[in-house]
Design a protein around this ligand. Sequence first.
Ligand SMILES: [Zn+2]
Length: 294
Amino acid sequence: MLKYLLLTLVVSFSAHGTLSFKWLGTTTFALSDGKTTLLFDPSLTYVSVLDFLPWRTIQTDPREVDYWFNRCGINKVDAVFVNHAHYDHVIDAPYVVKRYGGKLFGSSSTANVGLGGGLKNDQVETVKPGKEVRLGEFSIEFFNTPHSPHFWDVMLADGHITAPLIPPVNVMDYRVGDTFSFLIKHPKGAILYQAIGRVDTPDTLKEAKADVLLLTLANRRSTEELIDGRVLRTGAKKVIPLHHDNFLLPKPRDGTIKVLWGQKLEEFETTMKARAPGVGLIWPKYCAKEVIAQ
Ligand SMILES: [Zn+2]
């Protein structure tokens, strides 16, 4: 009888898994509650600065994707979400859906990357701002947050992908399309993935509240703007920065994080301590499991 009771306890405890986050570099990350795994912005393929030359082409590198998925212990995916269709957020999305499962959600440009990469119509869903997707105990809401210019008012690979994009293609063929941020709700907690480094006016996420904020640092307009407009406004207890590692260099396999040029991480950390002293700042490590909620 005691054995039976203990077994029941163990089974019911393990059924209530923790809500966890794993980072795979740039803005590629997985969220899982032990039953459902969501994968965002799959981009593991190494693309060098030389690949930006107009005559060069790029395509997904399955070995690199499999290496990092295997290292992070991800063997099944229930859905793939893409915030915008630049290559450093979407290049591996078709391969991930084909190899690890799930369905691809994103803009019409992202859908065209999926279709060009060999996904079938029922493996791709085009979404609009305000859309909410439910998967297991997760709900994922899409917000319109336009991409920032790369320098001055110039944005590289601007516009939309209007037909299936069949690789190999040039970096600039991955046109930005619509850009989303995501509010991810789960009975254990809410997570906001802020996919761009600025707070717009009007701010579509003004009312969004979250326990954890996944915050894009790359291309940020001002640290103060992100902290006041996003960290403090959401009421987040934890902030996990993203997109601060150097995706233009090969990802080191020894766990070192090479910082993207011009990211000023110390300035970000110092400003966080001054303006949001009660908020935990967690610098992610590749494949390390971060428990967001028990
Ligand atoms: Zn981009």
